[in-house]
Design a protein. Structure first.
Length: 402
């Protein structure tokens, strides 16, 4: 299984950008406004592989990333899905991917992953690798130089950015940018947990610096139990972050230069629908959230894709607080594309050293919901796909079911 990551995410509004802007800088489209289609470019982008096709309770937006790229005017010539488990539903999505490969998970077996990817590159001529979620990003970024040796560019932030995304650097940058944030205590060793709790207060969230799933703690006993578990599982150091109640917002952004948000879109993050367990987000007009995201990204000199997490504590009307930053495309990346900010294509073009061609406005009032599709196929095919992975000669491409 891949390591757990945070759940649903959200994104931000557009600044100025190179190429064709779809509206004045910083101006959101009203709900219902039509998007003007542009003709496809004659030349397609080279083949792109996408890692992270898992569905379930903590879905990866791999198929959504593929759909964004397919809708682009210079859509890649070939889209390849990379699944680390045979049961990842996105591997069987014929509309999203032209082919799919079973590869070892890079977070558990980086050497096996590189061996398998070498075979994928040889057969599919892949030039760009897109990590669709935070786990995938944190696993691939340290391998960027070795992937470059294979002729593959990674559409992800630089290695040094990962520490800023999950450590105390984020909150130092918020202080530097004049932004508020929850109280945070650093827990490097178990004996530091109670002191961190005295500062941050309980209830709180214990958030591993590695980016793994945060654990809620309400009492001192909860804290002791969580820290003990994380000590054995390698979850320290962690941040103990004050828990707040209020409206959750997110800004999805792409920075083409250090600290310059060339495109962004803001969204409100409702809780999963109680009746269906569906992740949802809604694009909103929130200049305050966009300004906050741009300031924190400028303070971090961020380059690449990310999702800035914000919260407005109750009662309503208070200032926004910076609560986190995910160093990857937002989970609701398809919503951003439909609203007019194709962050996925911007990331791929940026990895290739091309003009991102992102606009400066987006459509508000759009709702996104993630759903799961049923698939029927011969059991032998699924078993064959699931067995491949650790050896390059056993990595099997997806085949059309007759």
């Amino acid at each position: 299984m891949k390591p757990p990551t945070g759940g649903n995410g959200t994104g931000a509004v557009g600044a100025t950008g190179h190429g064709r802007a779809s509206g004045p800088a910083g101006q959101e489209r009203p709900a219902g406004a039509g998007l003007q289609a542009e003709p496809r470019e004659a030349e397609a982008l080279p083949p792109v592989a996408i890692l992270g096709l898992e569905g379930g309770d903590d879905p990866s937006p791999g198929p959504a990333v593929a759909r964004c790229l397919r809708a682009a005017r210079d859509a890649p010539a070939h889209l390849v899905g990379l699944a680390s488990e045979g049961a990842e539903g996105g591997a069987w999505d014929r509309e999203a991917f032209d082919s799919a490969w079973r590869v070892p998970p890079p977070w558990a077996d980086p050497e096996g992953f590189l061996r398998a990817l070498r075979e994928v590159v040889r057969r599919e001529s892949v030039k760009v690798l897109v990590p669709s979620g935070e786990s995938e990003t944190r696993a691939l970024v340290p391998l960027a130089a070795r992937l470059e040796d294979l002729g593959v560019a990674v559409a992800a932030p630089a290695h040094k950015a990962l520490a800023a995304a999950s450590g105390t650097d984020l909150y130092r940058a918020a202080d530097f940018a004049g932004l508020l944030h929850p109280r945070v205590g650093l827990v490097r060793r178990p004996e530091e947990a109670r002191a961190a709790a005295a500062w941050a207060g309980l209830p709180a969230m214990l958030c591993p610096v590695s980016g793994a799933t945060a654990t809620p703690v309400v009492t001192d006993e909860d804290l002791d139990s969580a820290v003990t578990r994380m000590t054995t599982e390698g979850g320290l150091p962690s941040l103990l972050r004050q828990s707040l109640h209020g409206e959750e917002l997110a800004v999805g952004a792409y920075c083409d230069e250090p600290g310059r948000a060339a495109a962004s879109v803001a969204a409100r993050l409702p809780h999963p629908l109680a009746t269906a367990g569906t992740w949802t987000a809604v694009t909103i007009a929130c200049p305050e959230a966009l300004r906050a995201a741009r300031r924190i990204l400028a303070a971090l000199a961020w380059v690449g894709s990310c999702e800035v997490r914000l919260q407005r504590p109750t009662p309503a009307g208070g200032p926004l607080l910076v609560t986190g930053l995910r160093p990857c495309l937002p989970t609701w990346v398809l919503l951003a594309e439909r609203a007019g900010q194709d962050l996925a294509s911007g990331a791929v073009r940026g990895a290739l050293g091309l003009d991102h061609r992102l606009g400066a406005s987006y459509r508000t009032g759009l709702l996104w919901a993630r759903r799961a599709d049923d698939v029927a196929l011969p059991a032998s095919e699924l078993f064959e796909f699931a067995r491949g992975g650790s050896r390059p000669d056993l990595v099997l491409p997806w085949r059309e079911v007759s």
